[in-house]
Write a protein that binds this ligand. Sequence first.
Ligand SMILES: Cc1cc2nc3c(=O)[nH]c(=O)nc-3n(C[C@H](O)[C@H](O)[C@H](O)COP(=O)(O)OP(=O)(O)OC[C@H]3O[C@@H](n4cnc5c(N)ncnc54)[C@H](O)[C@@H]3O)c2cc1C
Length: 318
Amino acid sequence: MSSLTQTLRNAVQKIIPSKKPSYRIFDIELKQRIEISPSLTRFVFTGPEVQLMNTLAPDQRVKMLFPGTDGVAPQLPHDGNWHQTLRSLAPENKPPMRTYTIRALRREQAEVDVEFVLHGETGPASSWATHARPGDRLQMVAPDGAQGGDPGGYEWQPPAGIRHVLLIGDETALPAIAGILEQLSDWPQPPQVQAFIEVPHATDRQQIRQPANAQVNWLVRDELGLGHGEGMRRAALELATLPESAARAAKPQKLAEVDVDTQILWDRARSADQEFYAWVAGESAAVMTIRRHLVGELGLDKRALTFMGYWRLGRVLD
Ligand SMILES: Cc1cc2nc3c(=O)[nH]c(=O)nc-3n(C[C@H](O)[C@H](O)[C@H](O)COP(=O)(O)OP(=O)(O)OC[C@H]3O[C@@H](n4cnc5c(N)ncnc54)[C@H](O)[C@@H]3O)c2cc1C
């Protein structure tokens, strides 16, 4: 960049202050680990500024920063430029970063819960979670409650007056689905809910507070002899009952293929006036199949459907 361009940019920034970042770095320390089931462990974190954190929806996503290979806790500066700082670090100095869901935030107690799938020691997040002990320190990039406003970072945005909800996910989406069911159970007139949750073992089933009329179906991989994502696929292809209100698109929709081995599959529902709303998240190839089926084969209006590839079997995409 020329010095003239830089001078002009500095001058403009003085007149129009740049928009404040809405996600920021939090230093956190593990307070407690609670084994919820064989595959999912809840980590209760605390930290001096957790009282200033915010969460706006049950699928609020955050970035977790883990110790590098030297085992040293991440120490990104709190200067509002975490993203640029991270990008400028040499690969060997970059703390590994992965995406997780805020399961609960108790601001008054300065506590935030994140639930990790323990899938072995193949990635930095799961390896950390397998060995973590109270007192271990991490960093989290999360919405800054001190600024107020809506920083985004969540997709669960059902239209007002929604009558039918379809939720499909695997164990990585279970923290979000559990939060969604809990939220819906507090609605005075909850919609009809069909949820399909794929988990590894029978003992991974959880008691979740849910609307009285909700149908929650657990697809247990080792009981059914299924591989990753097959329970989710089966749910969409064979088990889900789509209501009449699930709007079909008026004309054929373009469905861009996503190469889930190299790209993140992420489609947001956009309509505010549908009666039916589907939220699908989990292993990316499974989510892709479900997308093809609901949009490509059944012709459902894609504006009522959210599809998110949370992770890809055999790949590292974060
Ligand atoms: C918006 C969003 C929210 C998410 N919320 C959660 C959450 O609350 N809890 C949660 O546990 N995960 C969540 N995930 C998924 C999580 O980010 C990934 O599973 C991530 O890859 C884990 O990082 P890792 O370091 O353990 O493994 P990586 O280094 O990313 O991957 C290493 C290897 O492990 C495999 N792998 C990754 N995840 C799994 C898995 N779950 N089961 C089996 N093999 C796996 C990969 O395919 C790869 O071969 C979320 C993802 C997104 C995008």
